[in-house]
Design a protein. Sequence first.
Length: 76
Amino acid sequence: MSFENLRTAVRGGVILPGDSDFDRAAQPWNTTVAQSVAAIVEVADTLDVATVLELVGKPPDEFSDLLILIICCHSS
């Protein structure tokens, strides 16, 4: 599974390096810890969360040892 394929594996948005909004989205909230973000997933639902966790838990692949931010949005 590649990062590009991650876009089709989840219903939410996926932001990758090179995307116009990647730098803004990857901005750390805690700047005392060095973070190398590989991808940002804006999950649509719990199935997206489960899909991302399943993908990153299957080494060896390009997801191993990389930080993938999962952003959850709640509607009120």
